[in-house]
Ligand binder design. Structure first.
Ligand SMILES: Nc1ncnc2c1ncn2[C@@H]1O[C@H](COP(=O)(O)OP(=O)(O)OP(=O)(O)O)[C@@H](O)[C@H]1O
Length: 300
């Protein structure tokens, strides 16, 4: 079966808030997908619904063509959520042995330790004495314990130091190369760009873009020419030029979006508007993200 996940017209409304608004998407085996979006966009709510921790108000979710509550489905999923509590009184080693025993084909303990960077000292530590970093490593090991086909991570690298972050993505890439399906949410554009083949960009509970990082960047991130000029200077003379797709002022700098930056430079000199400190910026994912998730631009 090639399709691992399908959401159809899924909405989640809380009393005063529609957190997720009529979203649909499916995911194939082996895809690595980032759910990207600003705070409050609906990422965690979506992941919680996929995992069966929250029930959609309307719509349908299928995992492996079944409901997420079914045992054969749960055995195929590994997850790491933002806030996790672990059983007190046990060492990391004891918890890993216990959790591995719930799965038909768990990963060997040695592999779990190597893949997550757990140390000998970590294994002996009792859960109530874990540092933030140790907790993260344990949670990662728990997510991998059952050798899951589908891995779902909610903002996995929050609170990780640089070394842990690098190890995390290395491990994820190893699993991706083995054909595992991976979904992770993040605020970090760079993480999505570096590690996902597909980005679902969320805003206000809706999906506003769905594509490869490259497609998303090329679809909406334009090149910009920006410059300083006298704030009193009228720029009306530029408005009728068809090469200019968008023009706005931000922090005293004027920005012009266009695919034809050479033409824009010509115009600036022709029209004698006193442009100085001219810069040309090519679009990047940060810019794409800003354009897609903000509504109000300061118009001139
Ligand atoms: N249990 C709840 N009751 C009421 N409102 C909620 C509940 N859970 C989430 N929300 C609201 O739904 C919206 C989406 O929240 P969600 O946590 O899914 O966003 P997010 O994209 O994961 O944000 P963040 O990046 O900050 O974690 C927010 O406005 C949030 O306040």
């Amino acid at each position: 079966m090639n399709e691992i996940l399908r959401l159809e017209n899924v909405t989640k409304s809380f009393k005063y808030k529609t957190a997720v608004n009529n979203i649909s998407f499916s995911m194939k085996k082996g895809e690595v997908t980032a759910i990207l979006g600003p705070n409050g966009a609906g990422k965690t709510t979506t992941i919680s619904m996929i995992l069966g921790l929250l029930k959609p108000t309307t719509g349908d979710i299928k995992l492996f063509n079944s409901q997420s509550q079914e045992l054969h489905v749960r055995q195929k999923i590994g997850t790491m959520l933002q806030e996790v509590s672990v059983m007190p009184g046990l060492t990391i080693n004891e918890i890993l042995v216990l959790i591995r025993s719930y799965y038909p084909e768990p990963l060997p303990l040695k592999d779990l330790v190597n893949l997550t960077g757990l140390t000998e000292q970590d294994l002996k530590t009792r859960t109530e004495k874990l540092s933030g970093g140790q907790k993260r490593r344990l949670n990662f090991a728990l997510a991998l314990a059952g050798n899951p086909e589908l891995m779902i991570f909610d903002e996995p690298t929050v609170g990780m130091d640089i070394t842990s972050r690098q190890r995390f993505w290395q491990t994820i890439n190893t699993f991706a190369n083995q054909g595992k399906t991976i979904i992770f949410s993040t605020h970090y554009l760079q993480e999505a760009d570096d590690n996902a083949q597909r980005i679902l960009l969320f805003k206000d509970g809706s999906i506003v873009a769905d594509g490869t990082p490259q497609q998303i960047k090329s679809r909406i991130s334009k090149k910009a020419v920006s410059f300083l000029t006298d704030p009193e200077k009228s720029l009306e003379i530029l408005y009728h030029h068809s090469e200019i797709e968008q023009i706005f002022r931000k922090n005293n700098r004027v920005y012009i979006y266009s695919d034809h930056t050479d033409k824009i430079l010509e115009l600036l000199f022709q029209e004698k508007i006193g442009a100085h400190d001219i810069q040309i910026e090519s679009g990047n994912l940060e810019e794409a993200f800003r354009q897609l998730t903000s509504e109000n631009k300061e118009a001139i």
